[in-house]
Write a protein that binds this ligand. Structure first.
Ligand code: ADP
Ligand code: MG
Length: 413
């Protein structure tokens, strides 16, 4: 068993949507096999929101009639999309003459905690997968799902199939985790917004974690964090081409790098990411001036209600922060109950400039503001950390802001 060379290959929902595309998926799997790998294939539900076999479609169908379906049962429902695409993909492979087997999350030994709808993988029990691999079978695993210690079916939340792939990569000690999608790699910005977005050849786990956390939905940040734990190389590639894609790694001397490859070390800015649908909340704390901990009270209130906050600015008479649009009303209600007056500005967007090299480099903020001002974009708030500078803008300005910053830092082709 020790001499298995395991390769995890994950295929997103658009990659398995039609018979032609599934044939391309099969190509990638066969190529891996020919190269001597034992492929473990992770598959997402077919299609995206609105498509007949997409997870959202099942949800709308049931919730439209029964809004109060228990979370446990919802997870059973939400685990069906990957089962369907898994059966379809295995049938494709078998139809082409290959020996393949489908394992559900439970059968694949993906053990999670019991947070329905957003479960965390606690460990992998690889025995069953390994047995099938030893029989020279291609193992297809349904993404996005697992099972608790007590046998309950769970789902892993947004981006869950990426997480499944990364956890299997770590649990099986794979040589690499290949994430196949509909773009040719991780780019300097979302190609749907920026026409000349450039593919990043090599990036570090940290850079991609930042980019993904800030909204680049090409890969889920949790998947990157998991792969990083055991230093398993992660590659993001297109199902529909043979482009080399993006290699995500921790260090520059990875075996997967050819000598002379341009390394990330000198890069100032990695990319631009965006997140729409946030609300800015401004709380007047002036009347509480003699209550020293007004700000503490506010953030404790938010935490108790499980509302995550961002863009926090605390000043003597005012506290400003952002929340997701869909929890803004709840946040304001809580503030009111605590006796605070709050103003809200819904429909904002966060735009993040990400770069490992930002820390302490003079002039980056000036360049950001220059780029935005030239396009008439007003900055509503800003914040920064060692590797990211964020600006908050009106939703209408989001696309303009992303393009302006991409241009200003000359990230394009
Ligand atoms: P999959 O179904 O394969 O998981 P996703 O829709 O989750 O695919 O992710 C791929 C999409 O991510 C691309 O179509 C692209 O529009 C979007 N995307 C956002 N930011 C980036 C980025 N920086 N680089 C590449 N793709 C990005
Ligand atoms: Mg995805």
């Amino acid at each position: 068993m020790e001499n298995l060379r395991i390769l995890v290959q994950k295929f997103g929902g658009t990659s398995v949507a039609t018979p032609e595309r599934r044939a391309q998926v099969a190509e990638k799997i066969f190529t891996a096999k020919e190269e001597g790998y034992s492929p473990v294939v992770v598959v997402s539900a077919i299609g995206r929101t609105g498509d007949p076999y997409a997870t959202d479609t099942f949800l709308h169908m049931v919730k439209g009639i029964y809004p109060d379906v228990p979370r446990r049962e919802l997870d059973i429902l939400m685990s069906c999309g990957e089962v369907i695409s898994g059966v379809v993909l295995v049938s494709t492979l078998i139809g082409l003459g290959y020996d393949a087997v489908l394992l559900t999350g439970a059968q694949a030994g993906i053990i999670t905690n019991n947070t329905f709808g957003d479960a965390r993988i606690v460990r992998i029990e690889p025995k069953n997968i390994l047995e099938h691999l030893c029989q020279d079978q291609i193992v297809v695993v349904t993404g996005f799902q697992g099972i608790t210690e007590t046998g309950e079916i769970t789902t892993l939340g947004r981006g869950g199939s990426d997480t499944t792939a990364a956890a299997l990569g770590v649990g099986l000690d794979a040589e690499a985790i290949d994430v196949y999608t509909d773009v040719e790699g991780i780019m300097t910005a979302d190609p749907r917004i920026v026409d000349d977005a450039r593919i990043l050849d090599v990036v570090t786990y940290n850079e991609i974690c930042q980019l993904a956390h800030q909204g680049a939905k090409v890969i889920h940040p949790r998947a990157v964090e998991i792969a990083m734990q055991k230093n398993i190389p992660l590659r993001v590639k297109s199902t529909f081409s043979n482009a080399p894609g993006t290699l995500v790694t921790s260090q520059v001397d990875s075996d997967f790098l050819e000598l002379g490859t341009d390394i990330t070390g000198d890069r100032l800015i990695t990319g631009i990411a965006h997140t729409p649908n946030v609300t800015q909340i401004r709380v007047n704390t002036e009347s509480e001036a003699n209550v020293p901990a007004a700000d503490l009270k506010i953030f404790k209130g938010m935490a108790l209600a499980d509302i995550s906050v961002d863009f926090i600015t605390v000043l003597p008479n005012v506290v400003v922060y952002t929340v997701k649009d869909d929890v803004a009303d709840k946040a304001v209600k809580i503030l009111k109950n605590m006796g605070f007056a709050a103003e809200t500005r819904p429909g904002c967007a966060k735009v993040a400039v990400i770069g490992g090299g930002i820390a302490g480099v003079p002039g980056v903020m000036a360049q950001i503001l220059e780029g935005l001002t030239a396009q008439g974009v007003q900055v509503l708030q800003s914040a920064d950390s060692h590797a990211t500078i964020w600006v908050l803008v009106a939703k209408e300005d989001m696309v303009k802001a992303v393009r302006a910053l991409h241009e200003s830092f000359r990230l394009g082709n």
